[in-house]
Design a protein around this ligand. Structure first.
Ligand code: NAD
Length: 355
């Protein structure tokens, strides 16, 4: 049976990838892409979808409960996938208010709207509210500690992760208190197309191509698990279709890297591209490779981020064992696709650089 989805944050990095992915996998489903278009939202991310049958873009805030209810009603939505958030840890350190407003108050407003529409009538309507969250809610891991598992204690350390932790708890509370049919997934760091160039991988790629420094926090030893964004979308799809209501699923790539090694790898891969393709030097004359140098020359160590968590890692055995999930891309293939995408889509990333 065809579904009707409302996807919040659909013009952002993961939301847009999810909408493209879902449309390809479930072409008969209707999709409402709901987004306030903050600095991180970009309608260009939805290119190819706008104007197509069964796709609607709604420019509105998740804090606007009446607008959400109107959308749920108009499109008879049965599946809400919640990506909308303030997502950048550094911005949460300098300006936490927006994180509380969108991630906490906004998520609560969305839950209230969902409850009113789906549970407010004489009979509940069939529905699923899927909440997309982060592994950062669990805090920081010691070097030899096992990866985060679903029952792990929450120990958020940044205003971003604390606001996401609060939203996770509100989602859980709406199941236990009101019976809203919720699920949650907590995922590690994503990378891939449409990634806003303030985040580590696209920042480094776009800085190399412009000959700008590659800032590495502290000594570069902080470790993250990395997952290709489409693999995250596939994990969310599994949870929506087969996951148990009320459960949380951790999604990860079994792919831990420290920041300095990632930056070195990106330099190495772009150096190789320039060596293999002379036209790149003409297209990106400011890149160090155009002058016969390595991108590594641009690496610059900067003062560490305040409260910087040292290590995140995911134990994804629940989603792989119960739902048969495994990532399709390894880091090499995922990174190669990402690099190609940024080299081919300069028109997408250039206008975002001064936002
Ligand atoms: P993003 O910053 O790229 O996109 C967020 C989107 O939400 C933007 O389009 C923005 O316009 C929209 N938005 C912000 N405030 C809004 C509001 N009040 N109302 C409506 N729309 C609003 O973020 P992302 O990286 O795509 O992350 C999406 C979700 O996935 C977030 O909830 C994030 O916590 C979670 N997550 C991200 C990662 C990652 O590596 N990026 C990893 C795990 C989980």
């Amino acid at each position: 049976m065809a579904r009707s989805l409302l996807v919040t944050g659909a013009a952002g990095f993961i939301g847009a990838n999810f909408v493209h992915y879902w449309r390809a996998q479930h072409p008969g489903d209707r999709i409402v892409a709901y987004d306030a278009l903050t600095y991180a939202g970009n309608r260009a991310n939805l290119e190819g979808l706008e104007g197509t049958e069964g796709f609607t873009f709604v420019h509105a805030d998740i804090c606007d409960k009446a607008a959400v209810i109107a959308c749920l009603r108009e499109h008879q939505v049965d599946t809400l996938v919640h990506f909308a958030a303030e997502s950048h840890v550094d911005r949460s350190i300098t300006g936490p208010d927006a994180f509380i407003e969108t991630n906490v108050v906004g998520t609560h407003s969305l839950l209230q709207a969902a409850r009113e529409y789906w549970l407010g009538g004489a009979e509940p309507l069939p529905h699923r509210f899927h909440h997309v969250s982060t592994d950062e809610v669990y805090g920081s891991l010691a070097p030899d500690a096992p990866g985060f598992y679903e029952e792990q204690k929450y120990e958020p350390n940044s205003p971003y992760s604390a606001s996401k932790a609060a939203s996770d708890h509100l989602v859980r509370a709406y199941l236990h208190t009101y019976g809203l049919q919720v699920s949650t997934s907590n995922c590690s760091n994503n990378y891939g197309p449409y990634h806003f160039p303030e985040k580590l991988i696209p920042l480094c790629l776009t800085n190399i191509l412009r000959g700008l420094p590659l800032p590495v926090y502290g000594d570069g030893s902080n470790i993250r698990d990395w997952l290709y964004v489409e693999d995250h979308c596939r994990g969310i799809e599994k949870v929506i279709l087969d996951g148990v209501v009320g459960e949380t699923y951790n999604i990860g790539g079994n792919n831990e890297w420290n920041n300095l090694d990632i930056v070195n790898l990106l330099c190495e891969q772009l150096d190789a591209r320039f060596a293999a393709d002379a036209s790149l030097a003409a297209r990106f004359p400011d890149a160090p490779q155009a002058a016969g140098k390595s991108a590594r020359d641009l690496i610059t160590f900067v003062e560490d981020r305040a409260g910087h968590d040292w290590r995140y890692a995911i134990d994804a055995s629940k989603i792989s064992g119960e739902l048969g999930y495994s990532p399709a891309e390894n880091f090499e293939t995922g990174l190669a696709k990402t690099l190609d995408w940024y080299l081919d889509n300069e028109d997408w990333w250039r206008p975002l650089l001064n936002r």
